[in-house]
Design a binder for this molecule. Structure first.
Ligand code: HEC
Ligand code: HEC
Ligand code: HEC
Ligand code: HEC
Ligand code: HEC
Ligand code: HEC
Length: 304
C-alpha cells in the first residue's frame, strides 16, 4: 500500500520539483553534494530478505542499496545531476521499462502493491467510474458526445504531463524519437487529411509537439462515443488485458537485421541490449492500429 501511495504523491506533486529552484546541487554529482534528487528512492537501505532482484542489481557490503543497484550508468554517483542521461536505455537497470512498476516489482512484492488500472473506466454495466475521471480531470465531463476545445478539457496537469508519474517518459521503443518532435507544416497538412479520413483526432501539445495522447487515447472504448466524437474513435481492445504479444518466427531475421545497430548501441551504453521481435496480437488505447502501420502513416508519409 505504501508503494502505491508514494507513486500518487510523485504524480500529484511534480511542481515541487520545478519550484525547488536552481540550487547548486542540481549541477553537482552525488559524491559532491551527498544529496539525492527530490522525491528520490532511499539509498543505503538494506535489501529485505524477501526481495530478490536480478543478479546485476549489485549491492554493496551489508546488502545495502547503492546507485548502481538501480542505475546502469557508469559511475552514477560522479555524474552531475544535470548531465545524467535519463533517456539512456539502462538509466534504470534492465530498462527501458514500459512502466515504472515493472522496475519496482523486481524488489517489491507485486501483489501487495499492485495499482488499479486507471484506464479501466467502465463498470460491468457500462456506467463510468467517476472517481477515475477526477484523477485527471477537475470535473466529470458529462457531455461526451460533443468535441471539446483544449481549454475545456479541465485537466489537472498540462496535457503533455498527464501520463507521467505513472508511466515513464520513454515507455517503449519509438517513444524517444517522438519526444519534443514537432510536425512541420507539410506533416500537419497530411495529418488533417488523415484525421478526417479516419474520423480520429491526433492532438498536439500547446507548443505543437507530439505527446503520449497524440498516439494513445487515455480512455477505453465506450467512454466517448467514437461515432459522434472523433476523440473516442480508437482501436477496440481489452484494457484489462493490455497489449498482447506473440512470439514470432521472424525473430531471427529481425535480429540479424538489427544486429549492427544493436552492437553500436551496446558500445555506447556498454550494456547488452535484447530486442526480440514479437508480433502485436492485440492493441489497446491507440487512435489507429499500429500493427498495420496506419497510425504511423497518419503523420508520416514514406516513399514507396
Ligand atoms: C532503489 C533504486 C534506486 C537507487 C538505489 C538509486 N536510484 Fe536514482 N532513480 C531511481 C528511480 C526509480 C528514478 C526515477 C526514474 C524516472 O522518474 O524516470 C531515479 C532517478 C534518478 C535521477 C534523475 C532524477 C531526475 O528525475 O532528475 C538521478 C540523478 C538519480 N536517480 C541519481 C541516483 C544516485 C546518485 C544514486 C546513488 C546515490 C541513486 N540514484 C540510487 C531509482 C534508484
Ligand atoms: C533494488 C531493490 C529495489 C528496487 C528496484 C526498488 N526498491 Fe523500494 N525499497 C527497497 C528497499 C531495500 C527498501 C527499504 C525497505 C525497508 O527497510 O522497509 C525500499 C523502500 C521503499 C519505500 C519505503 C517503504 C516503507 O515501508 O517506508 C518505498 C515507498 C519504495 N521503496 C518504493 C519503490 C518504488 C516506487 C520503486 C520503483 C521506482 C522501488 N521502490 C524500487 C528496494 C528496492
Ligand atoms: C489518465 C488521464 C485521464 C483520465 C483518467 C480520464 N481522462 Fe478524459 N481526457 C484525458 C486527456 C489527456 C484528454 C485530451 C485528449 C483526448 O481528447 O483524447 C481527455 C479528454 C476527455 C474528453 C474530451 C474529448 C474531446 O476532445 O472532445 C472527455 C469528454 C473526457 N476526457 C471524459 C473523461 C471521462 C468521462 C473520464 C472518466 C470515465 C475521463 N475522461 C478520464 C485524460 C484522462
Ligand atoms: C508515435 C506514437 C506513440 C507515442 C508518441 C507514444 N506511444 Fe505508447 N505505444 C505506441 C504503440 C504503437 C504501442 C503498441 C505496442 C508497441 O508497439 O510497443 C504503444 C504501447 C504503449 C504501452 C504499452 C506497452 C506494453 O508493452 O504493454 C504503454 C504503457 C504506452 N505505450 C505508454 C505511452 C506513454 C506514457 C507515452 C508518452 C510518454 C507514449 N506511450 C507515447 C505508440 C506511441
Ligand atoms: C494513475 C496512474 C496512471 C496514469 C495517470 C496513466 N496511466 Fe496508463 N496505465 C496505468 C496502469 C496501472 C496500467 C496497466 C498496466 C500496468 O500496470 O502498467 C496502464 C496501462 C497503459 C497502457 C497499456 C494498455 C494496458 O492496459 O496495459 C497504455 C497505452 C497507457 N497506460 C497509456 C497511458 C496514457 C497515454 C496516459 C496519459 C493520458 C496514461 N496511461 C496515464 C496507470 C496510469
Ligand atoms: C502524431 C504524429 C506522429 C505519429 C502518429 C507518428 N509519428 Fe513518428 N514522428 C513524428 C514527428 C513530428 C517526428 C519528428 C520529425 C520528423 O522526423 O519528421 C517523428 C519522428 C519519427 C522517427 C525518427 C525519424 C528520424 O529521422 O529521426 C521515427 C523512426 C518515427 N517517427 C517512427 C514512427 C512510427 C514507427 C510510428 C508509428 C508507431 C510513428 N512514428 C507515428 C510524428 C508522428
Amino acid at each position: 500500500m505504501k508503494l502505491v501511495l508514494s507513486l500518487w504523491v510523485l504524480l500529484l506533486m511534480p511542481w515541487t520539483i520545478s519550484l525547488a529552484g536552481e540550487d547548486d546541487w542540481q549541477r553537482q554529482s552525488y559524491k559532491q553534494s551527498k544529496r539525492l534528487p527530490d522525491l528520490h528512492h532511499a539509498v543505503d537501505v538494506k535489501l529485505l530478505e524477501a526481495m530478490m532482484p536480478p543478479e546485476d542489481f549489485v549491492l554493496k557490503t551489508g546488502r545495502l542499496l547503492q546507485c548502481k543497484t538501480c542505475h546502469g550508468l557508469e559511475k552514477m554517483d560522479e555524474i552531475p545531476y544535470d548531465k545524467v542521461n535519463k533517456d539512456a536505455p539502462d538509466f534504470l537497470r534492465g530498462g527501458p521499462y514500459p512502466d515504472f512498476e515493472a522496475f519496482c516489482y523486481q524488489c517489491h512484492n507485486k501483489k501487495d502493491n499492485e495499482r488499479p488500472n486507471i484506464h479501466v473506466m467502465l463498470e460491468k454495466n457500462g456506467e463510468i467510474k467517476k472517481q477515475n475521471c477526477l484523477y485527471c480531470h477537475e470535473e466529470v465531463n458529462e457531455q461526451r458526445e460533443k468535441p471539446r476545445k483544449p481549454a475545456d478539457l479541465k485537466l489537472r496537469l498540462p496535457i503533455e504531463n498527464v501520463c507521467l508519474g505513472c508511466h515513464l517518459k520513454t515507455p517503449h521503443l519509438n517513444a524517444p524519437e517522438h519526444q519534443e518532435a514537432k510536425p512541420n507544416d507539410e506533416m500537419k497538412k497530411h495529418m488533417k487529411v488523415e484525421t478526417e479520413k479516419h474520423g480520429i483526432t491526433l492532438p498536439l501539445s500547446n507548443a505543437g509537439k507530439v505527446m503520449c495522447v497524440s498516439c494513445h487515447s487515455p480512455h477505453p472504448d465506450g467512454v466517448i462515443d467514437g461515432k459522434k466524437n472523433p476523440a473516442g474513435r480508437q482501436v477496440l481492445g481489452d484494457v484489462e488485458k493490455g497489449v498482447e504479444y506473440v512470439k514470432h518466427s521472424w525473430d531471427q531475421v529481425y535480429q540479424a537485421d538489427k544486429q549492427e545497430r544493436l552492437i553500436l548501441l551496446e558500445q555506447t551504453t556498454r550494456e547488452r541490449v535484447e530486442l526480440p521481435y514479437k508480433r502485436i496480437k492485440s492493441e489497446v488505447l491507440l487512435r489507429l492500429p499500429a500493427k498495420n502501420g496506419q497510425l504511423c502513416l497518419s503523420c508520416h508519409e514514406f516513399d514507396r
